[in-house]
Design a protein around this ligand. Sequence first.
Ligand SMILES: [Zn+2]
Ligand SMILES: [Zn+2]
Length: 227
Amino acid sequence: MNRAKAVCDRVYIVGGSGFSAPEDAYVYLVDAGSEQVLIDSGVGYGIDRIEENVRSLGFEPAGVWHIIATHCHIDHIGGLAAWKERYGPKIIAHELDRAGIEGENNSLTAASMYGVDYRPVKVDTLLSGELQELMLGDLKFNFLHTPGHTPGSISVYIDTKDGRVLFGQDIHGPFSPAWGSDLKQWRVSMQKLLALKADVLCEGHAGIYRGEKVGKYIESYLERYQA
Ligand SMILES: [Zn+2]
Ligand SMILES: [Zn+2]
C-alpha cells in the first residue's frame, strides 16, 4: 500500500485503490488552511488507512471539518458514517443524491454490487441548483451540478497556485437506470466541465490528469458515449 501522495498545491491523495482499500474511489484531501476538506470517503473499511495517510502528511483527522460527497455511490460514501462518529465533520452533498446517502433508497448506493452494507449518514449541507460557492477555511469551493452518472452528481473545483483543480469523480460513468443515470444530461454536464478549462483533473478511479490531457480525457468519454 502507498502512503498519501501530493497532487499539486493544496491537494493530496489519501485514499483509493493502492492507498486504502481496493474498492475505494480516490479520496482527496484539500488543505484549506485552518481546516482540511475531504473529497469522498471510500467504501468504508479502508478508513483506518485513510486516517493514517492523513496523519502521514502532518494533518490530524480531527482537522477534517467537511467531507464533500460527490455522489451517492458506496465507493465514495461508505466511510462517511465512521468519519462522522469519530470526528464529526459536516457532510456536503447535492439534494438530488440525498435519499441514497441518508439511507432512504439503498439501491441508489450500488452497495449490493460491492457486497457491503451501507451505513447511512445525514447530510448537513444540501446543495441545490446549478452552481454554489462555499468558503471552507481560506479556499473558495465551487460546487457544480453535473448530473448524468447519478441525478445529484457534483463536480468541485478550486483555484490554487497550480491553477484550477477539478474533482470530477466518476465523470467516466458507468451508467445504470437503477441509479437514475441519464446520458443526455451527462453530455451537457461534460460540456460544462470542458468549459472550466481545468489545469488538473482529480478523477475518482482514473487518477490525475494535467494540462491538455484534462480536456482530452473528458472528450474521449464524450466520443465513447455519443448520442
Ligand atoms: Zn466510483
Ligand atoms: Zn459512482
